[in-house]
Design a protein around this ligand. Structure first.
Ligand code: SAM
Length: 278
């Protein structure tokens, strides 16, 4: 299939919740000297240019990162710091994807494993990550790749699962892959991004996690419009297994604020839930 290209969507409202949560987890992992591993099952190209023909076609970033003023969000200082590190001073033409957010936090002792199946996006990803020794990039299926890495050597890390959900069965596949990985690496942090296009599909996905027997699961969601069958994605969220301490508190304060800035309706659309207790 592989018709989805993230370059049309980078920097939109969905990327914000995804990357803000990823930054919080990565920052937490660097608090200890012990190495950690970052696994990105669906990496994309790593870096996006808002001046490219693809980005200009939909201008989705204008309704996302384009609406966020750094001075109004001191609590997102690290998130903005990463974005600024890939841009010329005073400009915001480039937007990092999840692999480059992670790369910013990697220390010499840490490792990253990046999977991207689209051959063109894989080439760009190789260029954008500069083929560093501590970063392994593969043009292969990310869920199988994750399985093969379990448990990672360092026994600490973040697994980001961010598919394009082009096929409906992907919702079941991502849950099964995380459930399987968790059996071998129960202490890892897993962050699964999901779009809200059809609410019953998301309720089903959440229920699978709730009934899985996996402990300590939180869910964060941010929307720009109420649920609708006709508008495509109106909200998106992150299901986080083994979230770092403090994430829930931070997101509880941040999500209503982001919903106010990014929302396109009178209602503030967000959710912050402890799906399964510790
Ligand atoms: N995680 C990226 C970010 O935050 O910047 C965006 C990823 S985008 C939503 C999903 C990517 O997954 C696309 O680039 C697509 O080509 C890739 N993809 C689709 N199926 C895949 C698979 N089975 N394994 C690895 N990558 C896949």
């Amino acid at each position: 299939m592989l018709s989805y290209r993230h370059s049309f969507h980078a920097g939109n409202f969905a990327d914000i919740i995804k990357h803000v949560v990823a930054v919080e987890i990565l920052e937490h992992l660097t608090k200890k000297e012990k190495p950690f591993e970052y696994i990105d099952t669906h990496s994309g190209t790593g870096l996006y240019n808002f001046k490219s023909a693809q980005a200009r076609k939909l201008e989705e970033h204008a309704g996302g990162i384009g609406k966020l003023k750094e001075e109004e969000y001191p609590e997102l200082a690290r998130y903005f710091e990463v974005i600024k590190s890939y841009n010329e001073a005073g400009k915001r033409n480039l937007y990092p994807g999840s692999p480059l957010f992670a790369k910013y936090f990697l220390r010499p002792q840490d490792r990253a494993w990046l999977f991207e199946l689209h051959p063109e996006d894989f080439k760009s990803l190789c260029l954008n990550t500069n083929r560093q020794r501590k970063i392994k990039v593969a043009c292969s299926d990310g869920l199988k790749g994750m399985e093969a890495l379990m448990p990672p050597k360092s026994r600490r890390g973040l697994v980001l699962v961010d598919p394009s959900y082009e096929i409906k069965t992907e919702y079941d596949q991502v849950f099964s892959a995380i459930e399987k990985a968790h059996k071998k690496f129960a202490t890892g942090t897993y962050a699964l991004w999901y779009p809200v296009v059809d609410r019953p599909t998301i309720n089903k996905l959440k229920n699978k996690f709730i009934r899985s027997g996996i402990k300590n699961i939180q869910c964060f969601e941010l929307g720009v419009l109420p649920d609708s069958d006709e508008r495509g994605m109106t909200s998106s969220g992150m299901i986080v297994v083994n979230p770092p301490w403090g994430l829930f508190d931070k997101m509880s304060k941040l999500l209503p604020k982001l919903a106010r800035t990014l929302g396109e309706s009178d209602d503030l659309i967000y959710q912050c839930e402890q799906l399964v207790d510790e």
